[in-house]
Every structure is written in C-alpha cells, then in structure tokens.
Design a protein around this ligand. Structure first.
Ligand code: AVI
Length: 324
C-alpha cells in the first residue's frame, strides 16, 4: 500500500471530556448528548450506511450537484489551494473536486481516528500526487491546521449539511471560525439541506430498515462501552420529528419505562416517555443561509440547487473586512 503522501496528526479530545459532556448533558432537563459522539468506529459505519438509504436524499443529491458543477467550482476557486475539510471522515465527496482543484495539499479533520486513517489511505492510493495531512481533532472545539501544512489560498469544504447539526447561533460562531481559518480572500464550499415537506424529512431520519434507529442507539452502546454505564438498550427507542417552527429535525432516544441509569458513581432517573435529545438537524432556505453566512463575514459567490429543490451547495468568499 502506497501511503507515503499521508501525515497523520492526533489532536483528539479525551475520555474525560466525553464523560464530562455526557454527565453534563444528562443533568439537563430535557436531557441531551452532543451529536458529535455518534461517530465512533461503529457509528461512522452506520452513518455511511445511512448515506446509502433510499430515504436519505441529502448525500446522493449533493454528490449530483457537485459532479454537475465541478468544473465551475474549479474555475471560481482556482488551483493550488490548501483544501481543508472539517469533519471529512470518509473523504468521500472530495474525490469529485480533486482533479479540478489540484490543491497543494488536502487536510481532512475528523474526530473518528480509525475512520479517518482508513479513508486517508484510500485517498492516497487513488490520488498519488496529493499531499494529505490528516488531523484527528474535534473541529467543533478547535480548528487548528497541522503546523506542517503548506501555504496556499485556503478553501474550506464542509459538505453534507453538517452545519445543520449546530444551533443557528453556534452555526454563525462556527462560520466565524472558518472565516478565521481561511483568512480574507479564502473560500468556503458548503452543502446545506433545504426546508421541505415534513414527510420527506421525517422519512429521511426514520428509515424503514431501522439503520438510523441503530445509529441513534449506538450512542448509548458507546457510552456503556467506553464509560462503563449500564444503559439497557431494550428500554430506549428512536424517535425523529420535524419541528416546523424551529426548522429542524430532532432526534431523540425515548425511555420506554421508568428507569435508573448508572454512569461511574452518578445515577440518572428517567420516567417512561422521557427522552434524551441526541441531535438537531436544521434546514435552511438559500436566503436564510446566505444571511447567516454574511453575519460571519462571508459573501455569496455562487449557489447550486438540484432540480427537485432538495439540497443546496453554496460557494462563499471571506470578505476583507467583516460587516457587523
Ligand atoms: C451528519 N449530519 C449532517 C447528518 C444529518 O443529516 O443531520 C446526521 C444524521 N443523523 C441522522 N441521519 C443523519
């Protein structure tokens, strides 16, 4: 296997942070757990399976948009840039852009170390000319480029509507940090899921084959495995609903009975029907998202939407000075 063009940097968060986040989230009412913890090795595999589901339209639609417009994207951004992908665990969509963009280096950042290493190795084989600096890091806390990454116009690639997993205020803060990362004149190419019919959205997050339910429940399995808790997986079930007022899909794990759960020396009680809120996935109209990005200092350069109005891909450029 030729993987000499890869450098791997482990900047990952610790078990203590995981424990602290889980304890803190379960003390809240309603209880919650940050969705970034979905992505251990098993969760990342389940997420990859989600992206292949007939009901889960975002992945295939975004891929179609990127393929159709890859030439225009390359023309607008130019070649020789430093291409950074926060959350680029499977490096799947970047394939579409690499030949056109011919970046000086590619920096995927992901919280799931095994997944990232494997994907980076596959990419290195498929693109032997590409310099890869894989950074295992929690980009929701800190977005730091590996010090050895080469210079070039910075282009951040953030596909998959992962921005939707932040609350709107946190999304602006995250976009702020991307502005800082790419610097003025740098670009952001970002996929954003659009608002649409409730039935399409709810099916996408509660598929008939139960993969999304397994993905959600794996969070409790992971907590049992890594933090030594005693969640009874039979006593929780998956629920996904579209909250139209907030413009978001909500995923919950609902307790099917009154129960206590122990995590190290802490005990948490749940009533029957009480839930742990595990994820929000916000949906934005194109105008809503452009306005949000503007708050962070990004100016819209281009917008692509599929013919069924399911999904959007935006290209933004960081302005020289931020409009407040
Ligand atoms: C990663 N993220 C954009 C997915 C989403 O659609 O919000 C996570 C997901 N959760 C359930 N299905 C997919």
């Amino acid at each position: 296997m030729n993987s000499t063009n890869i450098q791997f940097h482990d900047l990952h968060s610790t078990r203590d942070e995981f424990l602290e986040d889980v304890l803190q989230g379960l003390r809240n009412r309603p209880a919650s757990i940050p969705p970034k913890y979905f992505y251990d090795a098993k969760g990342s595999k389940l997420f990859d399976a989600i992206t292949e589901l007939p009901e889960y339209y975002p992945t295939r639609t975004e891929i179609q948009i990127l393929k159709t417009n890859a030439d225009e994207i390359a023309q607008r951004v130019g070649t020789g840039s430093l291409l950074v992908e926060p959350g680029g665990g499977s490096c799947a969509k970047v394939h579409i852009l690499l030949e056109g963009l011919r970046p000086c280096a590619y920096v995927p950042m992901d919280i799931s170390s095994d997944h990232l290493q494997l994907a980076a190795q596959e990419l290195a084989i498929a693109f032997p000319w590409l310099e890869i600096h894989a950074a295992c890091t929690d980009f929701t806390r800190e977005m730091q480029l590996p010090p050895s990454a080469p210079k070039g116009t910075h282009v951040a690639f953030f596909p998959g509507s992962s921005i939707g997993n932040f609350d709107p205020q946190a999304a602006v803060t995250f976009l702020d940090s991307i502005v800082e990362l790419v610097g003025s004149g740098g670009y952001l190419l970002i996929g954003v899921d659009l608002k649409k019919d409730k039935a399409i959205l709810e099916a996408a997050y509660d598929d008939a084959s139960g993969i999304t339910a397994r993905f959600n429940l794996n969070l409790l399995e992971r907590i049992n495995r890594e933090l030594g808790s005693d969640f009874d997986l039979e006593s929780w079930h998956h629920r996904a609903l579209y909250n139209e007022t907030a413009g978001r899909i909500e995923m919950h794990l609902v307790s099917t009975q009154t129960q206590d759960v122990r995590i190290v020396q802490h005990t948490f009680s749940f009533d029957r029907g009480e839930s742990i809120h595990t994820e929000n996935s916000y949906k934005y109209s194109a105008d809503e998202f452009i306005a949000m990005a503007r708050q962070a200092g990004f100016q819209s350069q281009a917008l692509w939407i599929d013919e069924n109005n399911l999904f959007s891909v935006h290209l933004f450029r960081a302005e020289d000075s931020k409009i407040v």
